[in-house]
Design a binder for this molecule. Structure first.
Ligand code: CA
Length: 473
C-alpha cells in the first residue's frame, strides 16, 4: 500500500507584503507564478503574525507557540533547537525533511537547524550575491561560499532535494528565501524592470502621524530620512523637504523591492513546474507565505514591527488539489501559530500540547468551525531597537484594533532600556482602514474601549502572557 500522506513544499519569503502580490490585488506589480498557487488553491485574506519581526515569527511557525512561551521574543533571542517543532514530529513519523535558505534563529550547536534530514542555511541575514551558507558536517557545521544569486541558489538546493528524495516516503521541504529583505539587491536579469516608469504611490505615503499615539512619529523608518545609501543605491538628497524626499526615496526603494520579488516569482514557477512535471501536483501541499508583512511606503515607511495592517498581515496562499477547491478565498483569522497544528493534521498527526495555535484544516474543506476565533493577540517586545518602535501589545477583531504601547524594554535582549509613558490607540477599521485616526478618547467609542480592553486581557490570559504593570483597566 503506497504512502498516501501529502507532501509539503513550504515556501517562505522574508518581508514580502501581500500588497505586492497580484493575487492580493497589488496595484504595483504582477506575480504570475504566485498567482498560480492562489488560482489553483486558496487565498487567506486575514492571516496575521503574532509578532511582526523575522526571528520571533519563524519560531512561532516552527513551534506553534507564542513568543513568551518559546522564548524567542526579539532578534537577539535565538531559538533553543531542542524545542519541539512540527518538523521533528513529521520526521519521526517517516517524513523526509529539508530546509534551505534563511533560518535566522541563531547559529552554533544549540541554535542551528534540528529535525531536518538535510539543510543549508544563510548565516544571519545572508547576502544577495555569492552568499555563504552553513552546511552540516560530521563534526557540526561549516560555512562555505556559493556562487550566484541567493534566490536562484535556494531554489536550486530545493530542487536538488526533490530530485534526490526517496520516492516512497512523503517530504516536508522548507524553501526559505532571503528576498525581499532589505537592502533589496536585484539580480541582472530583473534590473531593467520598472526603469522608465513611476510606481503608483500608496495612499498614506505622506502621512504626518497626527491623531496617533506618539509611537508613530517617533519611529525611525521613514523613506529617505532614515535610509542609508545602501537602501537607495545612491547618495540620498537629504536637503530635500521631507515629503519630497519621501517621494524620491519611494521610487528608488520600491523598484528594487519589486525586482527582487520578480526573481522570487520566477523561482517559485520553477518549483511548481517540477511538481507538475513529476506527478507531484495533486498530493503536494504548496504554501507561499512571508514571516510578516512590510510597509511599502505606507505611512511613509519601510520596515515592519508595528501592529498596523501592512505589517501585521502575512500573505498566505495554499495549493493542494487533493484537498482544496481551486480559486477559493478564506477570510477567517488565521495566525502563524496555527501553521504547525494544521500541517500535522494534514499529515494525520495530532497537535501536541505545546501547540497554542489551532489547525485550520477544516477551512481548507470550506468549513469554519462555529467557535473559530474572532480576535487575535499581538505583541512586539523589542523596545526602541533599530527603528525606535515602542514595545506594544494589542488585539485585532474583525472591526477594531486596540494597541497598548507600554513602551518598556522589560529586560528583553536587544531592547533599549528607556521607558516612556504608556499610550493607547484604537482604530475603527471599517471607517478608517488606513489607521490614521486614533479614537481612543472619542466618547462615541467609550463602551467599545471597555469591551475591547476586557477582550485583550482575556486573550492575553488565555495565551499565558503577562499584562504590563501600568495596564490597570
Ligand atoms: Ca522578516
Amino acid at each position: 500500500m503506497p504512502d498516501q500522506r501529502p507532501n509539503f513544499l513550504f515556501i517562505m519569503a522574508d518581508d514580502h507584503a501581500s500588497h505586492a502580490m497580484s493575487c492580493y490585488g497589488s496595484r504595483i506589480n504582477a506575480t504570475p507564478n504566485l498567482d498560480r498557487i492562489a488560482d489553483d488553491g486558496m487565498r487567506f485574506d486575514n492571516c496575521f503574525c503574532t509578532n511582526s519581526i523575522c526571528t520571533p515569527s519563524r519560531a512561532a511557525i516552527l513551534t506553534g507557540s507564542y513568543n513568551h512561551v518559546n522564548g524567542v521574543t526579539t532578534l537577539d533571542t535565538p531559538m533553543d533547537n531542542s524545542l519541539p517543532t512540527f518538523v521533528k514530529d513529521l520526521r519521526a513519523d517517516g517524513y523526509q525533511t529539508g530546509i534551505f535558505g534563511k533560518w535566522h534563529l541563531g547559529q552554533g550547536p544549540a541554535h542551528e537547524p534540528s529535525g531536518f534530514d538535510e539543510w543549508a542555511v544563510l548565516p544571519g541575514q545572508g547576502l544577495y550575491h555569492n552568499p555563504s551558507f552553513i552546511f552540516p558536517t560530521n563534526k557540526g557545521s561549516e560555512r562555505r561560499p556559493v556562487k550566484g544569486y541567493v534566490t536562484d541558489i535556494i531554489t536550486d538546493m530545493s530542487l536538488d532535494f526533490l530530485r534526490r528524495r526517496e520516492g516512497d516516503r512523503p517530504f516536508f521541504l522548507m524553501c526559505h528565501h532571503k528576498a525581499p529583505h532589505r537592502h533589496w539587491e536585484p539580480d541582472d536579469k530583473h534590473a531593467h524592470l520598472f526603469l522608465n516608469q513611476d510606481v503608483p504611490e500608496p495612499e498614506t505615503l505622506y502621512d504626518d502621524y497626527a491623531n496617533r499615539a506618539s509611537a508613530a512619529s517617533a519611529a525611525e523608518m521613514r523613506l529617505g530620512t532614515h535610509m542609508i545609501p545602501l537602501d537607495t543605491k545612491t547618495e540620498i538628497p537629504r536637503d530635500l523637504p521631507e515629503m519630497e524626499l519621501r517621494k524620491w526615496a519611494y521610487q528608488r526603494y520600491i523598484k528594487d523591492y519589486l525586482r527582487v520579488v520578480a526573481s522570487i516569482d520566477d523561482n517559485v514557477g520553477r518549483l511548481l513546474d517540477y511538481l507538475d512535471d513529476h506527478g507531484l501536483r495533486e498530493n503536494t501541499v504548496v504554501v507561499y507565505t512571508s514571516d510578516q508583512g512590510f510597509f511599502l511606503g505606507d505611512h511613509g515607511w519601510y520596515d515592519k514591527r508595528f501592529m498596523y495592517e501592512e505589517s501585521l498581515k502575512m500573505p498566505y496562499i495554499m495549493r493542494y488539489p487533493d484537498g482544496i477547491a481551486a480559486g477559493s478565498v478564506n477570510r477567517d483569522m488565521i495566525l502563524n501559530v496555527d501553521f504547525a497544528p494544521t500541517y500535522l493534521e494534514l499529515a494525520g498527526l495530532p497537535a501536541p500540547d505545546h501547540c497554542q495555535g489551532r489547525s485550520f484544516a477544516p477551512q481548507l474543506r470550506g468549513e469554519t468551525p462555529d467557535d473559530w476565533r474572532e480576535s487575535m493577540y499581538y505583541r512586539y517586545w523589542m523596545h526602541k531597537a533599530q527603528h525606535n518602535v515602542y514595545a506594544h501589545y494589542g488585539i485585532r477583531t474583525r472591526r477594531y484594533k486596540l494597541i497598548y504601547y507600554y513602551a518598556d524594554a522589560l529586560g528583553q535582549a536587544g531592547a533599549i532600556d528607556e521607558p516612556y509613558a504608556p499610550e493607547w490607540e484604537l482604530f475603527d477599521l471599517e471607517r478608517d482602514p488606513y489607521e490614521l485616526n486614533n479614537v481612543i478618547d472619542d466618547p462615541d467609542y467609550a463602551e467599545r474601549v471597555i469591551e475591547l480592553k476586557a477582550e485583550l486581557h482575556r486573550l492575553q490570559a488565555e495565551v499565558g502572557d503577562e499584562r504590563y504593570h501600568l495596564d490597570v483597566d
